[in-house]
Design a protein around this ligand. Structure first.
Ligand code: MOS
Length: 734
C-alpha cells in the first residue's frame, strides 16, 4: 500500500530523498570491505580466552602448517607499535593499550595474535589452530564482583565537577513528599549490520586505510602516531558506513596491526572482524547504576534532586559519561546534588553508544519523576510542567530555546493522554493489562569546528568537499541541501563528497554534531561565493551563468572554516592534527538542548506477562530541520532503539570468566518488525537562530532517550509493578 507522509513546513527544508539511497539499494555504494585492492592477503584475529593474566606461550606449528599461511603476528614479531592516547584523555584510541604490545591480558577478547594468509579460509583455519597457553588469574567481571574498585570521577579526572547547588540533603530530609529509587541499566553492545573491517594498502611510503569510520581524521592521525610515520603519508577512506552509532568513532587496536602486517608482507591486508570479536574490538555501553532522590512541595515544585551514579569501566581507562551534567538542567530545583563514580573491572574499555550519557541517566531521572508523580497523586505531564525552566538551576544561564512543554502538549493530544485513568491496573482490554506512560527525551546541542571547500560552476553544478561522514543518517543529502539553498541551485546539481581524510577536516560523526557544524560552514562558504559572484551581496544571484560573465574566472572555489565562537581558530588548527573541539549543551553563558516528549501504550498479558508496545508517540523540537524526511527516519530509528533498550537489549556476562556470553545477533535481543507497531512522530517547529548559523540543534541521538523510562512507567501503570532494572522482561513481572 502506498503511504504518503505529510511534513510540517515551518523552519523546515524539503523532504528530499537520500542522494545515496539508490546506490545503497542497488549495491553500488562500496563499503570499506567491498573496495577492491590488488592481491589482498586475508587476516583473521585470535583473541584472548581469559580476562586477566598473560600469554605463557604460543604453539603455532599446526597453524603454520595450513597451506597459504603467510605469517602469524603476535607480540613477539609485530614490531614497534607506539602508544596512542585514549580518546577520553585527548587522543583517538578506543583504549590506551598498545596493540600486541606484550603478553599481558587485560580483558577477554583482547587481540593476542593475527593470522595472515592467501585466502580468508586459510586464515580462519590457521587461527583456529593457534594453541595458546595462559597464566590465568581470577578476573573481576563487573559490579559486586570481588576486586571491583570504586572511585569518584573527581578522583580520576580533575576537570570533572559534579554539578550541585543549595543544600539538597537537608531539603530532601525535610520534605514530606519524596522518593528514593535505585535504577540499573545493563551492558549493551553495538551490532551494526556492517562488521568492523580494515583494509591497509601501501604504495611506497603512502598508506591508505579503508575502514568504516565516523572520524577519518582521527583514524589517519591516530594510526600515523601508532606507526611512527608522517600523517601526510596516511589517508583514511570511509565513504559509506553501515551503522556506527559510536562504535566506529575511535581508533580500535586492529587498524595498526593490519597496517603493520601489510607493511611487513609488502602486500595489502584485509581484515573483517567477526560478529563475536566485534564485542571486544569496538566500543559498547557499559552497565550503570543510579540512586535518584526527588522531593517536592505540595504544589509539585521540586525542592531537591539528588543523583548518584556508578558506571562500569575497564582497568586501563577511566571512561565515564557523567550524564548528570545534562540531567541537572532538565527541571528547576533550588537544591541539587550529584556524584558520578566509576567502578573498574577486567573488561574492555566502554565507549560511545547512541546518546551515551542521556540514555542511562535520563532513564533513571524520568523513571524517578514518574514515581514522584505517583507519590504526589499528580499527572506526570503536569509534574514536568510545574518544573519546566528556561534557565539552568545550576548556573542561571538561559536556554537559547526550549520547547519541552510544546512537545508534551503535541504528543499528549495526538496520543489521547486525557483519556488515561491514573489508577494502576485500571485499564484493561480482555486478558491484556493496558498501561500508558510518558517521559522526556533530550539531547544537548553540540558543535564542532568544521572546514569545507565548495566549487561552483557557471552551469550551476556544485561540489561540496568536507571530511564529514554519512553514517547512514542522510548527511550527504542534508549537506547538499544546505549548499543548494545557500547558492540558489537545484539539489540535483549538488554533489557532496565526504568520508575521506584528503578532504578538508570535518567533525567526527558523533555527538549529533554533523548537521549543525557542517551546514554552518557550508553556509559560510556559499555566502563567500555569492559575494564574489555579485560583488558583495551574500544572497545567491538570480542568474549564476550571467553573474559569471562579469568575472575573470571559469569556476569559483571557496575554502571556509567555521568555529563555535568559544573555540575560534584553534579549532580548525587542532582538527588538521586529528584533534577534536566539541562544545555545547550547558555552557557558561547559554544552555542549548533539543527536546522531545514520548508517550507509549504497553500491554501486559494477565497470565503470561508477555509485554507488547502497540503504539508510541514522540514529539520533538530540534531547531531547524534541514530535511524532515531524513529527520523522521532518525526519530523512527531512535524510538525503535528505545523500545529495544526497554524490553530486549542486554549483554549477558559469565561472571566467573568475565566474558560476554550472547555475542551474536541471534541471542543479543533487539526488536524485530513484529515488535514495532504504530509509531507516531510529530515534528514541533522551533526557531533558534542563536545556536549556530545553520540554526540546527542535531537530532540523531534525541529520540532513543527517555523511551525506556516511558515504557517502564507504562508497565507500572499497567501492572502496579515498578521495575527499576532494564531490560524489562516478562520474568520480572511474574
Ligand atoms: Mo554517537 S554515540 O555520539 O557516535
Amino acid at each position: 500500500m502506498a503511504q504518503t507522509t505529510t511534513y510540517p513546513t515551518r523552519n523546515m527544508g524539503a523532504p528530499a530523498a537520500r542522494q545515496d539511497g539508490r546506490l545503497k539499494v542497488t549495491g553500488q555504494a562500496r563499503y570499506a570491505a567491498d573496495i577492491a585492492v590488488p592481491q589482498p592477503a586475508h587476516a583473521h584475529l585470535v583473541t584472548s580466552a581469559i580476562a586477566r593474566g598473560r600469554v605463557a606461550g604460543f604453539d603455532l606449528q599446526a597453524a603454520r602448517a595450513v597451506p597459504g599461511v603467510l605469517e602469524i603476528f603476535t607480540h613477539e614479531n609485530i614490531g614497534t607499535i607506539r602508544e596512542e592516547t585514549f580518546f577520553g584523555a585527548g587522543g583517538a584510541a578506543s583504549n590506551s593499550l598498545r596493540p600486541l604490545a606484550s603478553p599481558e591480558i587485560h580483558y577477554a577478547g583482547q587481540i593476542i595474535a593475527m593470522v595472515v594468509a592467501d585466502s580468508l579460509e586459510a586464515a580462519q583455519e590457521a587461527a583456529a589452530r593457534v594453541a595458546v597457553a595462559y597464566d590465568a588469574e581470577s578476573p573481576t567481571a563487573g559490579f559486586d564482583d570481588p576486586g571491583a574498585a570504586e572511585k569518584p570521577v573527581t578522583a580520576v579526572d580533575e576537570s570533572h565537577e559534579d554539578p550541585q547547588t543549595g543544600d539538597a540533603e537537608a531539603a530532601w530530609e525535610a520534605a514530606v513528599t519524596k522518593i528514593d529509587g535505585l535504577y540499573a541499566t545493563p551492558p549493551q553492545h553495538h551490532n551494526p549490520m556492517e562488521l568492523f573491517s580494515t583494509t591497509a594498502l601501501w604504495e611506497g611510503e603512502q598508506l591508505t586505510i579503508y575502514e568504516p569510520s565516523q572520524w577519518v581524521y582521527g583514524l589517519k592521525h591516530g594510526v600515523a602516531r601508532q606507526l611512527g610515520i608522517d600523517p601526510s603519508d596516511v589517508r583514511a577512506v570511509s565513504p559509506y558506513v553501515g551503522g556506527a552509532f559510536g562504535s566506529k568513532a575511535t581508533v580500535t587496536p586492529r587498524t595498526a596491526i593490519v597496517a603493520q602486517a601489510a607493511r611487513k608482507l609488502g602486500r595489502p591486508v584485509k581484515l573483517v572482524v567477526t560478529r563475536a570479536q566485534g564485542y571486544t574490538t569496538a566500543s559498547y555501553r557499559a552497565e550503570t547504576r543510579h540512586r535518584v532522590r526527588l522531593a517536592a512541595d505540595g504544589s509539585g515544585k521540586l525542592t531537591a534532586y539528588l543523583h548518584e551514579a556508578w558506571e562500569l569501566t575497564s582497568r586501563m581507562d577511566p571512561y565515564f559519561n557523567a550524564g548528570t551534567d545534562n540531567t541537572v538542567v532538565m527541571y528547576d530545583s533550588p537544591n541539587i546534588w550529584t556524584r558520578v563514580n566509576i567502578v573498574t573491572a577486567d573488561r574492555n574499555t566502554p565507549g560511545f553508544m547512541r546518546s551515551p550519557p542521556e540514555v542511562p541517566y535520563m532513564y533513571a531521572l524520568e523513571a524517578a519523576m514518574d514515581e514522584l508523580a505517583v507519590a504526589l497523586a499528580m499527572d506526570p505531564v503536569e509534574l514536568r510542567r510545574r518544573n519546566d525552566t528556561m534557565t539552568s538551576p545550576i548556573s542561571g544561564a538561559r536556554f537559547t530555546s526550549r520547547s519541552l512543554m510544546q512537545c508534551y502538549d503535541a504528543a499528549a493530544a495526538s496520543f489521547g493522554w486525557s483519556e488515561r485513568d491514573p489508577q494502576p491496573g485500571s485499564m484493561r482490554d480482555g486478558d491484556w493489562l493496558v498501561g500508558w506512560g510518558c517521559a522526556t527525551a533530550t539531547y544537548p546541542t553540540q558543535m564542532s569546528p568544521a572546514t569545507a571547500r565548495i566549487r561552483l560552476q557557471p552551469d550551476g553544478h556544485v561540489r561540496v568537499q568536507v571530511a564529514g561522514h554519512d553514517v547512514g543518517t542522510g548527511a550527504y543529502t542534508v549537506i547538499a541541501q544546505q549548499a543548494a539553498e545557500s547558492l540558489g541551485v537545484p539539489l540535483d546539481k549538488v554533489e557532496a563528497e565526504l568520508g575521506d581524510s584528503d578532504l578538508p577536516p570535518g567533525p567526527v560523526a558523533g555527538g549529533s554534531i554533523t548537521t549543525a557544524s557542517v551546514c554552518s560552514v557550508v553556509k559560510q562558504a556559499c555566502e563567500a561565493i555569492n559575494r564574489k559572484l555579485s560583488g558583495g551581496a551574500s544572497a545567491a544571484p538570480q542568474d549564476i551563468a550571467a553573474a559569471f560573465e562579469n568575472l575573470d574566472q571559469a569556476v569559483i572555489e571557496e575554502y571556509a572554516e567555521w568555529s563555535p565562537p568559544s573555540v575560534g581558530a584553534s579549532g580548525p588548527r587542532a582538527m588538521y592534527k586529528g584533534g577534536l573541539k566539541i562544545v555545547g549543551g550547558p555552557m557558561d553563558d547559554k544552555v542549548m538542548f533539543a527536546f522531545g516528549a514520548e508517550f507509549v501504550e504497553v500491554r501486559v498479558h494477565r497470565l503470561t506477562r508477555e509485554i507488547r508496545v502497540p503504539r508510541i508517540t514522540g514529539a520533538f523540537a530540534g531547531g531547524r530541520i534541514v530535511n524532515p524526511r531524513t529527520a523522521r527516519s532518525q526519530y523512527l530509528g531512535g524510538l525503535v532503539w528505545g523500545i529495544g533498550s526497554a524490553l530486549h537489549e542486554a549483554t549477558e556476562i559469565d561472571r566467573a570468566a568475565a566474558r560476554y556470553v550472547n555475542d551474536d545477533i541471534s541471542e543479543y535481543l533487539i526488536p524485530v518488525n513484529a515488535d514495532i507497531q504504530d509509531v507516531d512522530i510529530i515534528m514541533v517547529p522551533e526557531v533558534d537562530e542563536e545556536v549556530n548559523p545553520a540554526g540546527v540543534k542535531g537530532i540523531g541521538e534525541l529520540a532513543n532517550v527517555g523511551t525506556a523510562a516511558a515504557i517502564a512507567n507504562a508497565v507500572y501503570h499497567a501492572t502496579g509493578i515498578r521495575i527499576r532494572e532494564l531490560p524489562i522482561r516478562l520474568e520480572k513481572l511474574l
